[in-house]
Design a protein around this ligand. Structure first.
Ligand SMILES: Nc1ncnc2c1ncn2[C@@H]1O[C@H](COP(=O)(O)OP(=O)(O)OP(=O)(O)O)[C@@H](O)[C@H]1O
Ligand SMILES: [Mg+2]
Length: 297
């Protein structure tokens, strides 16, 4: 497997007063590039804790997390922030959009951190909003959108800078069942189209069926790791093909070809030149300097 995430003997213990809470115990795991994978478990099993360690939002108590060749457990907070900006996208249960900003401004944020000029940011963000079906809502603030629409903005923001990995913690937790299916489909499509590794955290067995691989944790222990031979998105693609009277046998293969092509296009992407960086705010420039030894994965 071409692993993008490698976890070695990972444990996390929280201290609460004099008590110790062992949230994760000796987890070993590899996640491959482009994999659509789900971390499944009941409430309190340690899913969010695991995701937080994988994404470098928290430091493990012991063990290590590697993303590509970088041992992120060894990075300083500044380096981690830069590393996340370059490589990782997040989708949150409660959307985490900035209330005072429009959909366009929210989606453009990760591109600002990448140092792109305003015109490019606005163009890319508008395109992304169109892709998630919100081309007619770009000037709306979060409070002027439904929950499903806000989560679409959240998805557009997570994918706009073509990160290598997108993490989603219960991304449909606040949505009704119909919107949940739409949002799941969108997340999987976006990941496939851009050959992005997608890690979904959920307690919901039905949602786990969307993933190619289901990793189960219980009481902080990894207790299951299975391939899902017929992920729900392929079943849906077949059903849709059948309903439009196309032959369903190779449904889903087009997704892979598209993903490969997108991967090539992404690899060919060149970062903006020096002149472009003239438009980055001072503090961002400092941040970029602090991280310049850390490569993308
Ligand atoms: N910051 C913290 N300080 C102390 N204990 C914590 C902290 N974060 C999580 N825990 C504990 O670690 C365990 C795992 O919590 P975690 O949030 O990872 O569960 P979860 O599987 O994401 O649950 P849920 O589905 O309810 O979100 C729980 O027992 C929780 O109380
Ligand atoms: Mg959680």
């Amino acid at each position: 497997m071409d692993a993008i995430i490698t976890i070695h003997d990972l444990s996390k213990v929280y201290r609460v007063g004099h008590e110790k809470v062992r949230a994760l115990s000796h987890i070993n795991l590899q996640i491959g590039r482009g994999e659509i994978c789900c971390i499944l478990g009941t409430s309190g099993s340690g899913k969010s804790t695991l995701l937080n360690q994988l994404a470098g939002l928290e430091k493990p108590t012991s063990g290590s997390v590697r993303i590509g060749k970088t041992n992120i457990s060894r990075l300083s907070e500044d380096q981690l922030a830069g590393f996340r900006q370059r490589n990782i996208g997040f989708v949150f249960q409660s959307y985490n959009l900035i209330a005072s900003m429009s959909a366009l401004e929210n989606v453009a944020m990760p591109l600002l951190f990448r140092g792109m000029p305003r015109m490019v940011r606005d163009r890319e963000a508008a395109q992304m909003l169109k892709k998630v079906g919100l081309g007619n809502r770009i000037n709306h603030k979060p409070s002027e959108m439904s929950g499903g629409q806000q989560q679409r903005v959240g998805i557009a923001r997570a994918f706009v800078a073509k990160p290598k990995i997108v993490f989603a913690d219960e991304p449909t937790g606040n949505l009704d069942s119909h919107t949940t299916l739409e949002v799941m489909k969108l997340l999987i499509e976006m990941s496939h189209q851009n050959n992005i590794t997608f890690v979904l955290v959920t307690h919901d067995n039905e949602l786990a069926r969307y993933a190619d691989r289901i990793i189960t944790i219980r009481d902080g222990l990894l207790v299951g790791d299975e391939r899902n031979e017929s992920p729900a998105y392929l079943e849906q693609a077949r059903e849709e093909s059948a309903s439009t009277k196309h032959i369903p046998a190779d449904a889903g293969q087009g997704l892979c070809a598209e993903a490969e092509q997108a991967g090539e296009q992404r690899d060919a992407f060149q970062p903006p030149d020096e002149k472009t960086f003239a438009s980055i705010p001072q503090e961002k420039e400092k941040e970029n300097k602090a991280d310049e030894n850390e490569t993308t994965v």
